[in-house]
Write a protein that binds this ligand. Structure first.
Ligand code: ZN
Length: 460
């Protein structure tokens, strides 16, 4: 591998931060969701930079435990208050609509309306991002201060949306190298107007694809532009036969904020991508942090589910949940800065350059980690180990998505499902997750009852 190529690229990149930021400015106003025209428009703009292959997967298609949902599109949405004022206007901020709201045109009382309004009392000046993807509903999101101004009386509700059979759209860019072995860089294209989570990852992945096109590569590279969760589940379902080619994977998210760089390890924690990312961050001389894998976050949840256990880490700056702007209108074009985008881009390039220099062999089969099991503690097997099962349809997940906090109950579900490969007991899971053993036991019983787990019986 000629590493000079990478040095040449770095020298050619004085404008990369600018280019990333400009692309983000173009993509920012679009109302994206897990399906719909906002994703198509986003992928069209990315196609001006790299020749994307665009896939449409019909609504209703079964992908592991999930079905592709109906397609959602919005023309307009707003509320007319009793004094005739137009509020919560979708055309002013697309965060005002609860994502996946069904169409509605009705006059209702304030008491009815307030059950459909979502606010963040702890951050009263920002509009929260909320979703109702798999539970038909409607609603509006607004600042808590605006909500406090609402008076009693009749409100006209207008949501001019459509929720009907269509397809889920995703984009893929495959760049052939000398070897058929692949490096996968993935981002998600499903959030409306927010920058750090998730446009920063989109612009980074796009321009990385564009610049890697210009150099000689040992590995083949695959860049994925998918809606989060349902998109990675769909992609894994359609490409199950080709996963053995994946040697290294990185999820790009939250890489434009002013915080220090964070690398989140893969499920195994000691894959070549983990060792290389940690080496690059250490040698950068800049502040950084390394986080162990947790089954909460982005699409690494699916790539690192026990049925695949692929070598996917995630590179970010401040992790989701940890910055107050996360999933709110404050995650905007002012929050993300060119210099941070550029810094993250160069870190990705360094990691890729290191991966190309070394001769790693990743055995990405899920059977590699034989651990010493505490046979005196209950051990379970996840019966749907490929991706996360759909928890919502089993009543195991909150109906409104997007909220910033996750309960210990939900954490326990995700930890048990992720680690129950027959090789980790509940004691092992307690140690890794730091959750209460009684809670884990209770949740494991519930998951067994829901037919998501079965108990492993050890002989002798
Ligand atoms: Zn998000």
């Amino acid at each position: 591998m000629n590493t000079k190529d990478y040095e040449t690229i770095e020298a050619l990149l004085p404008h990369i931060g600018n280019n990333m930021y400009q692309l983000m400015e173009r993509l920012f106003p679009i109302c994206r969701s897990i399906t719909g025209n906002g994703v198509r428009e986003t992928l069209q703009i990315i196609s001006e930079q790299i020749p994307l292959q665009i896939h449409e997967v019909p609504s209703g298609t079964k992908v592991f435990d999930w079905n592709i949902p109906n397609e959602w599109n919005v023309n307009d949405a707003y509320i007319i208050s009793p004094n005739g004022k137009k509020i919560a206007e979708f055309k002013k901020s697309n965060l005002h609509i609860l994502q996946y709201s069904k169409p509605i045109k009705e006059k209702i009382s304030f008491d009815e309306l307030k059950n459909h309004i979502y606010t963040l009392p702890a951050q009263p000046d920002v509009i929260p991002y909320c979703t109702t993807f798999y539970n038909e509903n409607w609603g509006f999101c607004m600042t808590h201060n605006d909500f406090l101004q609402l008076e009693k009386g009749g409100y006209d509700i207008v949501i001019d949306s459509s929720l009907k059979k269509g397809s889920l759209t995703y984009g893929e860019y495959f760049l052939e190298g000398k070897s058929k072995q692949e490096v996968v860089i993935t981002c998600y294209v499903c959030h409306p107007s927010m920058c750090n989570d998730n446009l920063s990852g989109v612009v980074l992945t796009t321009l990385l694809g564009k610049h890697l096109t210009q150099i000689q590569r040992k590995y083949s590279f695959r860049f994925l532009f998918i809606p989060e969760t349902i998109g990675s589940i769909t992609w894994l379902s359609l490409n199950e036969g080709n996963l053995k080619k994946i040697q290294h994977g990185i999820v790009a998210t939250c890489i434009g904020d002013p915080g220090k760089t964070t690398y989140k390890r893969s499920r195994e924690g000691n894959n070549p991508v983990d060792l290389v990312a940690e080496k690059v961050l250490k040698e950068s001389g800049e502040p950084y942090q390394i986080r162990d894998f947790v089954p909460v976050g982005g699409d690494e949840r699916q790539f690192c589910s026990p049925g695949f256990n692929l070598p996917f880490g995630s590179l970010m700056r401040t992790p989701y949940f940890d910055f107050p702007e996360y999933h709110t209108s404050a995650d905007n074009l002012d929050f993300v800065k060119k210099e941070n985008l550029e810094n993250s881009f160069l870190k990705f390039l360094s990691i890729i350059s290191e991966l190309e220099k070394n001769n790693f062999q990743t055995n990405n089969s899920s059977k590699k980690s034989k651990k010493n099991i505490h046979t005196n503690s209950a051990t379970f097997l996840n019966l749907l180990p490929k991706c996360e099962p759909q928890l919502g349809k089993r009543g195991l997940r909150a109906q409104i998505g997007g909220w910033k906090n996750i309960t210990e109950f939900n954490l326990a579900i995700l930890w048990i499902l992720n680690q129950s490969d027959g090789m980790h007991s509940l004691q092992d899971i307690k140690k890794r997750s730091d959750l209460d053993y009684d809670l884990l036991l209770k949740v494991a019983d519930l998951l067994e009852e829901k037919k998501l787990l079965s108990k492993v019986e050890f002989k002798g």
